[in-house]
Design a protein around this ligand. Structure first.
Ligand SMILES: [Zn+2]
Length: 451
């Protein structure tokens, strides 16, 4: 049909219109008009009730109030009355390939498993995921190239390739630790950054953490050359941190983003001001820390949405992980979490760049589902639903200059259709009716039945 000469096509349509009577008119335009939904555009602006979204060839061509958008004649109309539409999420902090049903292991890092996980993200409305520093080898880049060529679907993968730490002092989980590159000297650190820069990596990830005194922490003698070298290659550096003092020194050293909030103390005003002044982006990464304070299974574990992608055995295993917890460590975690909430409030009030980073893909932290939990926790900590959605859509997209995360003309048509409006309760982001990536509706039912 696409190669049919226009004249024939028009004539056929005319004939159908003239003789068909009740026959529906064949679309004469490639444009699809989504009508009647409330549009949350992702830039923090007010929702547009009864909006119209026009999509052509995978891109948004118009988004606005019905009165301001002309639906071209011949467009295919999709009635979304009563629904809410928001951009798909962009998560700058995930880990791909390690979880497989009950197992959490480096051995699960296969093409098949990564593609399955990209589908899980997409299923829940996460359209873009950054795998943050735990991708050994070429696999993530191969998958990315296939997605860009249009031969593979799922959430679009971006990767920081292998991050850098002191030898054997990278990711907390032992099975992920071997993916990090180890640096002992400034020269070595610079060489590793060049190696990362020779790939298609989007970031340089560093781990600045002594894991409670159990490993050698990456210090300024190594992260300063890493940051400097990365910047000569136009690469941004994202630091995993734990301590406020490290955060402060990293800002001075020119770090571009943080994968966590400090977890030792509430951030002081000086650090908040330095983060804003230096335009450092921050992933609050609340959901992973919030878990630590519970001594009984939290309520999200009984959310039916979780069971759409994981087996009851996985849920039971996660439930069991909350039993027999040391009350002392739980109350320490609660104290640390309360400090993180306060830090987040301060950052938001100061106008810092907050971006979604949910750390999904570490053990029992479910791809796609926990991004919604992160939104709930952002709101619980004091952000408005509109702010939380911006944190999860346009703000992270801007960090990587991605053509997604906003319902505005020219952006890729990556959006979620919701049965309820998250402005009235952020948990409504989980009321997913449909997910579209590049204008194509995801077959969620097929994915769900395969799981
Ligand atoms: Zn992580």
């Amino acid at each position: 049909m696409t190669n049919r000469p226009l004249a024939t096509f028009t004539l056929l349509t005319f004939w159908l219109a003239a003789c068909g009577g009740t026959e529906p008119e064949a679309p004469t335009s490639t444009i699809v008009a989504y009508e009647g939904a409330t549009l949350i555009t992702g830039d923090g602006g007010p929702p547009l009730g009864g909006g119209v979204l026009l999509v052509d060839d995978g891109k948004i061509t118009a988004a606005g109030l019905a009165a301001n958008v002309t639906v071209p004649e011949g467009a295919t109309v999709v009635d979304l009355t009563g629904k809410t539409v928001m951009p798909t999420m962009v998560d700058l902090h995930g880990h791909l390939g390690f979880i497989q049903d009950l197992s959490f292991d480096y051995a699960n890092y296969t093409r098949e498993n990564i593609i399955d996980q990209l589908n899980r993200y997409a299923y829940y409305g996460v359209g873009t995921i950054v795998s943050l520093g735990t991708d050994p080898g070429e696999l993530a880049f191969t998958i990315q190239a296939e997605q860009q060529a249009g031969t593979l679907g799922g959430a679009r993968i971006h990767t920081a390739f292998r991050g850098i730490a002191r030898p054997n002092a990278g990711p907390g989980a032992p099975t992920m630790r071997q993916t990090a590159l180890g640096a002992s000297t400034a020269e070595e650190a610079r060489r590793l950054v060049s190696e990362i820069a020779s790939t298609n990596a989007d970031f340089v990830k560093i781990w600045v953490d002594d894991r409670g005194g159990s490993v050698d922490k990456l210090a300024a003698d190594l992260y300063q050359p890493i940051i400097d070298e990365a910047h000569t290659h136009q690469l941004q550096v994202i630091a995993h941190i734990f301590y406020q003092e490290d955060a402060r020194e990293l800002v001075e050293a020119g770090v571009d983003g943080f994968a966590h909030l400090p977890r030792d103390v509430e951030m002081d005003d000086g650090l908040v001001a330095a983060i804003v002044e230096n335009d450092v982006f921050v992933m609050p990464n609340l959901s992973i820390s919030e878990r630590g304070q519970h001594t009984a299974p939290p309520s999200w574990l009984s959310d039916p949405l979780l069971l759409e992608s994981v087996s009851p055995q996985v849920v039971s295993r996660i439930e069991a992980s909350f039993e027999n917890r040391n009350p002392g460590s739980a109350s320490a975690a609660a104290e640390s979490y309360a400090a993180m909430q306060q830090s987040l409030k301060k950052l938001a009030a100061a106008g810092a760049r907050l971006v979604l980073g949910a750390d999904t893909g570490v053990q029992d932290h479910i791809h796609g589902f926990m991004e919604h939990r992160e939104l709930e926790l952002l709101v619980e900590a004091g952000l408005s639903p509109a702010e939380a959605i911006t944190v999860a859509t346009s703000a992270p997209a801007e960090v990587l200059d991605l053509n997604t995360g906003l319902l505005t003309p020219g952006k890729r048509a990556d959006f979620i259709v919701l049965n309820a409006n998250p402005m009235y309760g952020i948990s409504n982001t989980k009321q997913i009716a449909a997910v579209y990536l590049g204008g194509q509706e995801l077959d969620r039912e097929a994915l769900r039945s395969a799981w």
